[in-house]
Design a protein around this ligand. Structure first.
Ligand SMILES: Cc1ncc(COP(=O)(O)O)c(C=O)c1O
Length: 471
């Protein structure tokens, strides 16, 4: 086997990596940039000949780093982007070093067992049915896709149709019920699954974007046949939670032999509430549903990318995702889990390692504290914004999401919000993103990072007030 100068590569990558990680508390979070500026340093024609790996990595670290957005900064509040827990980072380094193809136990027994252990820990932590199955996927999008594929298999199988073998052509029609404020990835998963999004029946949401449970009851009372219902834990705008107890009661009333119902919860943001302290009540009733998706790269602070798909009915999960081939070595033992059976990928990264390492580093109490702290800081940020007199908070801050409306003296609040967001991004102290909600342009802020502290909130608030003072 040829040898390589691994030492040189490690130094070229890890020295700037360490400098970068140590700069996070002070570095600028983001600078708006013209793509041509980036091309000027990384572009050009395909090289005709080789460059040493050391030089490539040293150049990349030097040239691209100025254009990297500091997602792991304690002052990055945009979208719902989680931080980087040190244990997750270490696990990613090992995953890259070991370069495992984590599809089958026989190919990578160590990683397969670590993912199996992570599955058991997750079900314990989130207090979900211990017999449920787990797929470690790339994110909330693919977790929604995976769970809804299992749902499609299950509801059709119960009315005598094998969708895996026969597809959807000629299949009994599936009723898909969603709420008006569903996340766009739910609609996208429905597209991927051949169910379409314009056929979905929308149940209205209330003023906090929660599904209206009595409207759901009316909707279900008019339906018959296989049905998939999608609910949500942690709305991307308001952070709100649907009322899972009410929803589970309504579903129980309408489930019938001719109307099998699978209830899926998109918990990309909020499933972690099941590990929280004070706010745990928001997640009561979730254990009565059929599948749950979440993101480890959001509140758990695992490195990108890391999502989790959980299904109560492991056989439907496996039927929709599993694959066999004569040249593969499939496990025949329950204790030797083949990851390939639980996620859409065939070859895949050792994605569950980061989840395992982060859960092991934090423990049950640490995950709870991480979630509670993020939510407490979101409340604190909201209080400070309100008391500045320059902005109002338009959602009930029940979790880690805050919706802010900057108030302009001339009444042009929408334009003012966009200007405050843009000026703050240009300033670089902190990053916030915007949204349109209930017809208003708003600033969103999401506290999703273990590293965020009170000082980050103060500095970010000052940056926002500076941006707002320019009118
Ligand atoms: C409620 C919800 N569902 C799904 C997703 C998609 O997750 P991902 O970006 O990890 O695919 C998001 C992303 O923010 C979300 O907020």
């Amino acid at each position: 086997m040829k040898k390589s100068d691994w030492q040189a590569i490690l130094e070229a990558a890890t020295q700037p990596a360490l400098k970068y990680l140590e700069s996070l508390p002070e570095r600028s979070v983001y600078s708006p940039v013209d793509p041509e500026e980036i091309r000027a340093v990384v572009g050009g024609p395909l090289p005709e000949g080789p460059t040493t790996p050391h030089d490539v990595i040293a150049d990349l670290a030097r040239d691209l780093e100025p254009f990297v957005a500091a997602h792991a900064s304690g002052r990055y509040f945009g979208f719902v982007i989680g931080g980087l827990h040190p244990a997750a980072y270490g696990a990613e380094l090992l995953a890259s070093t070991w370069d495992q193809n984590a599809g089958l136990y026989a190919v990578t027994p160590g990683v397969a067992v670590v993912e199996h252990v992570a599955q058991e820990w997750l079900l314990d932590l989130l207090d979900l049915p211990r017999e449920a199955s787990v797929g470690f996927v790339t994110g909330g999008q693919m977790a929604n896709f995976t769970c809804l594929a299992a749902a499609r298999d299950s509801v059709l199988r119960k009315v005598g149709w094998d969708v895996e073998a026969d597809g959807l052509q000629g299949a009994p029609r599936i009723n898909v019920v969603v709420k008006s404020e569903k996340h766009s990835t739910v609609a996208r998963a429905l597209r991927y699954l051949g169910l379409g999004y314009s056929n979905a029946i929308e149940v209205p949401s209330d003023d906090q974007s929660r599904m209206d449970s009595s409207a759901l009851a009316t909707t279900l009372s008019r339906l018959d046949g296989p049905t998939i219902l999608c609910v949500e834990a942690g709305n991307v705008n308001t952070g709100s939670f649907d009322d899972f107890v009410d929803i589970a009661d309504v579903v129980q009333e309408h489930r019938a032999e001719s109307m099998p119902i699978w209830v899926h919860c998109d918990g990309a943001v909020g499933l972690w509430v099941r590990a929280a302290g004070a706010r745990r009540g928001l997640g009561v009733g979730l254990e009565r549903l059929d599948s749950w998706s979440t993101d480890a790269h959001k509140l758990l602070n695992v490195a990108y990318d890391s999502g989790i798909a959980i299904c109560r009915d492991a056989s439907a999960h496996r039927a929709s995702m599993g694959v066999q081939a004569s040249y593969l070595i499939h496990s025949e033992s329950e204790s030797a889990r083949d990851p390939m059976d639980w996620n859409p990928e065939f070859s895949r990264r050792a994605r569950g390692l980061g989840v395992y390492a982060t859960l092991r580093a934090l423990g049950r109490s640490g995950v709870g504290e991480l979630v509670d702290r993020a939510c407490d800081l979101a409340v604190r940020f909201a209080d400070s914004l309100r008391s500045s007199g320059k902005a109002e908070v338009v959602n009930d801050v029940v979790f880690n999401q805050v919706l802010v409306r900057w108030l302009h003296r001339n009444g042009d609040h929408d334009g003012f919000n966009d200007r405050v967001i843009q000026r703050t991004q240009e300033d670089g102290t902190a990053f916030f993103s915007g949204t349109t909600w209930n017809g208003m342009r708003l600033m969103r802020l999401s506290v999703s990072d273990w590293a965020t502290d009170e000082d980050d909130i103060e500095r970010s608030l000052e940056a926002l007030l500076r941006a707002a003072s320019a009118g």
